[in-house]
Ligand binder design. Structure first.
Ligand SMILES: Cc1cc2nc3c(=O)[nH]c(=O)nc-3n(C[C@H](O)[C@H](O)[C@H](O)COP(=O)(O)OP(=O)(O)OC[C@H]3O[C@@H](n4cnc5c(N)ncnc54)[C@H](O)[C@@H]3O)c2cc1C
Length: 337
């Protein structure tokens, strides 16, 4: 028999548009829910977005608990946290997932604190499994996996003695599955028991700053590491990205050194990407960088050190100086196209 205790995702919406990270999490919730033989479900807050919610069914979400209120059009911490807590108390999911976005990082700890349950931030993997503490075994609980201690260990975190288990996951970490065009969802309207005093802040206007680079949707990313961080190296990386119709990414020290803006940074504290082609130029391949790019379909690494760790995950490795190799790659590519 299927238990009612589902796997719930908090759906972020902005201007009636559902965030990509929420769709990724619905796919992950469906995978976990199938293992647990429960439903993937969602909690949504907003105003007049019934129609936009149909997409959730196509990604495998079976129930959507939707609170429709004009005052919830935009995210504000207290009303959102309070409404999510009310929904969780009512439906008792065993797992709740949030995007590790500005909104998710604000609201998830408030919800965890109100429910007195555990919360693991920035998970890179989620699994269902058993866990033994002394002579007690907990079955089918959420194993929350994430790098810890500066990426030196991969920790598995469990919170078996409180429910729900809650985790945040960054955008791009979980894979989207293909949609099922026939998939439907059951939208369940929730009443809003918020008082005017709950709205201590009011959103008057939303102004979004455009990103200088959109690494997430790029099909080709050419990234500069410290081995390409001189002015000539960076120009060559940009030229290679241009030639391939791609965008420029980077390792963290290049950003920390002020050579590129943070929006170019790939990795644990940057963006997680899965392009068709990732070219790492003068990047050693430390775990924190790899965490953000090892899901790329094809990886080419250029590095003067044949023992650089990046070669262990690269599909093609070129041992050489970026200043020599990149001009040859551009020339060869242009000659072919
Ligand atoms: C908590 C934490 C979070 C972090 N988050 C991130 C993150 O999100 N993203 C990230 O990238 N890092 C992150 N880091 C830093 C990470 O540990 C590494 O220090 C960083 O990735 C190294 O960057 P790099 O490979 O460019 O530089 P280096 O490690 O200095 O490597 C430079 C490479 O270039 C090669 N090289 C040198 N000259 C040339 C040349 N002329 N031609 C070809 N190759 C050459 C060298 O052989 C070397 O392999 C994080 C660290 C911590 C502790």
């Amino acid at each position: 028999m299927r238990s009612n205790k589902g796997v719930m995702v908090f759906i972020e919406q902005n201007n009636k548009q559902i965030a990509n990270v929420s769709l990724e999490l619905v796919c992950e919730a469906k995978r976990l829910a199938d293992q647990l033989k429960v439903d993937a479900e969602a909690v949504v807050l907003g105003y007049n977005i019934h129609r936009e919610l149909a997409i959730l069914g196509k990604y495998g979400c079976r129930k959507v608990f939707y609170t429709d209120d004009k005052r919830l059009s935009h995210f504000t911490s207290v009303p959102y946290a309070k409404t999510i807590v009310t929904t969780i108390r009512k439906y008792q999911p065993q797992i709740v997932l949030f995007g590790a976005t500005t909104v998710g990082r604000d609201v998830a700890p408030r919800v965890a604190s109100a429910l007195k349950c555990g919360l693991t931030a920035d998970c890179t993997q989620l699994q269902i499994g058993d866990h033994k503490i002394k002579d007690k075994t907990y079955h089918n609980i959420l194993l929350q996996i994430r790098p810890a201690f500066g990426g030196n260990i991969i920790a598995t975190i469990v919170s078996p003695e409180s429910t729900p288990s809650m985790a945040t996951v960054r955008e791009g970490v979980m894979k989207m599955v293909e949609i099922d065009p026939t998939g439907t969802t059951n939208i369940i309207s929730e009443s809003c028991d918020l008082a005017d005093e709950d709205f201590v802040t009011e959103v008057i206007n939303v102004v979004r700053e455009g990103k200088a680079v959109d690494l997430k949707s790029a099909k080709v990313i050419v990234s500069a590491g410290m081995g390409a961080a001189d002015s000539e190296g960076l120009e060559l990386v940009k030229a290679l990205a241009n030639a391939f119709g791609g965008v420029v990414g980077s390792s963290r020290p290049v950003v920390d050194g002020g050579l590129l803006d943070h929006c170019h940074q790939v990795g644990q504290t940057g963006v997680t990407v899965r392009p068709n082609l990732y070219i790492a130029c003068g990047i050693s391949g430390q775990i924190q960088h790899r965490a953000g790019m090892e899901g790329s379909k094809r990886i080419i690494a250029i590095n003067s050190d044949p023992d650089a760790p990046i070669f262990s995950i690269a599909h093609y490795g070129i041992v050489g100086d970026v200043h020599d190799v990149i001009p040859k790659m551009i020339k060869a590519y242009k000659a072919k196209t």
